[in-house]
Design a binder for this molecule. Sequence first.
Ligand SMILES: Nc1nc2c(ncn2[C@@H]2O[C@H](COP(=O)(O)OP(=O)(O)OP(=O)(O)O)[C@@H](O)[C@H]2O)c(=O)[nH]1
Ligand SMILES: O=C([O-])CC(=O)C(=O)O
Ligand SMILES: [Mn+2]
Length: 613
Amino acid sequence: MSESSTKQVDDARTTAPTSHAALSAWVAEVAEMTNPAEVYWVDGSQEENDRLTAELVQTGTFRRLNDERFPNSFAAFSDPADVARVEERTFICSQEERDSGFTNNWMDPEQMKGILTERFTGSMAGRTMYVIPFVMGPLDAEEPQYGVEITDSAYVVVSMRIMARIGTDVLRKMEAENAFFVPALHSVGAPLAPGQDDVAWPCNPEKWIVHFPEERSIWSFGSGYGGNALLGKKCYALRIASVIARDEGWLAEHMLILRLTSPEGRSYNIAGAFPSACGKTNLALLDPTIDGWKAETLGDDINWMRIGKDGELRGVNPEYGLFGVAPGTGWSTNPNAMRAIAKGNSVFTNVALTDDGGVWWEGMTDEVPEHLTDWQGNDWTPESGRPAAHPNSRFCTPISQIDMLSDEYYSPDGVEIHAILFGGRRKTTIPLVTEARSWANGVFMGSTLSSETTAAASGAVGVVRRDPMAMLPFIGYNAGDYLNHWDKISGLLSAERRPKIFLVNWFRRTQDGGFAWPGFGDNSRVLKWVVERIEGTADANETPIGFVPTGDSIDLTGLADYNAADVEAAVNVDKDEWAAEIDGIEQWYANFGEALPASLRAELDGLKERLGA
Ligand SMILES: Nc1nc2c(ncn2[C@@H]2O[C@H](COP(=O)(O)OP(=O)(O)OP(=O)(O)O)[C@@H](O)[C@H]2O)c(=O)[nH]1
Ligand SMILES: O=C([O-])CC(=O)C(=O)O
Ligand SMILES: [Mn+2]
């Protein structure tokens, strides 16, 4: 460490603007280890944000977009090897290997700390170390869930300001309560030698996304990408929070929350767990295509559910922004997202640039621009034969910019959940919608949920895998214990207030390869059936797997070229497909051994019997 940088770090340490002893001690310890050029405490103000974005433009990380069409918005382009979550580099380092379980990578926590300490030693040299106080969920919650992220990336600071409540207000309340906070340490792992030029997207070829569940701490090294680097999101609000939820008797889930109001004025809050890039944001911003129905957004990715006074399930969205998949988000498929984005204050990552300083991605407009600069900076034309935007390119936008945001979003007590949807991306087998036979049968549906892999995580795309409750990459502990925890929560809910559970699949294909269902805004038609099943007014056919709509129980008014026979095909339960599915479920359940709840084994036995398998 040079003499001058030692002095700057010391200065920052002694002037740490907090009376929270544990926090100032941790910040000092990290500064000592990582050796940044300076330490900066993030206040969350607009002036600060303007300064940071200007710096990011200067260093080449950000491109400022056309200010008329995308006010105060920026585009960033990542290293081509840093575009998605890295599940094979993600670890749950519990004291006992058993508590991490077969769905997670594990290493002994002491050994892992040794490796990480080596990586983090000097890792912030030549960079600013930012300290970001944040809270997941409302600051006026009964027990605010605090965190502090330390990062050497200004891109992370600007993005965290969109995705979470951050800054001085949070810090002051945390100090006043001398509250516990989740320490979340992040470095891109690209120290700068004196005089060394920076690159637009610093990162390290070696990545470590590590969680210490007993300590409730996070260490993330080497990546700047959202799910790996914005530590309030997947790392805290899902992996660490799922452990806290297990210990405290609630659920931290990968779910959207949507409020739907019927023409008669009855409102229902619907939660939906779909794996990454399988339609949560799109459903959360639903634009109903049926008359008189109103949809309001509560959350698009994460749902913390606690049990209310009357044994009801209550959900809160702990986030403050959207980090949405760009491709497929368009004026025809998701106009509500497009309107939110058009208000500006957004960061786009790995999208394409138009010649007039705007952004574009596949599916944004029906008309494809004649010329673009693709996400890797190359000239692009429709003849190029490759996507202009990366398939996992993202927009990061304040949730407050959604016109259809429910007032209840701000409620610290959340909303009662009336229905839960489990959904996957399956070309075959899984009907458009199936109502579970019972709550236990619905938990079975969640535990056996399956989906084709997407570009949201590195690795092969399109491979069917089991993804229990869409939480496979996010359960911060033993997956068997997780299913048992769902079982336990079931017992705590009032029998009358238990949400109805449905399995959905917007992605089934027809013989000729097209989608069996139009999807997007037309999903309101399926939700109408869901609501009518809750109210007991819609027709259904009983099948071995559950109740599916009759051909004419789905409202198809105004939907050209689609009829009751198409609905029947979309909800068909095929015996051969289900025989194969049962094999898949058996294999999946075998992983759990003794830990599989008896109620789920009983559900599987019942299903086999009904299928005559
Ligand atoms: N065919 C069809 N595609 C859909 C539908 N809903 C969403 N999609 C597409 O699925 C992709 C991902 O959708 P999102 O809504 O962003 O997924 P998400 O579940 O919020 O994803 P994460 O943010 O990764 O957790 C986009 O390309 C959408 O266009 C639908 O109803 N039908
Ligand atoms: O975590 C991310 O980067 C985005 C996301 O929502 C997911 O992958 O499920
Ligand atoms: Mn997600």
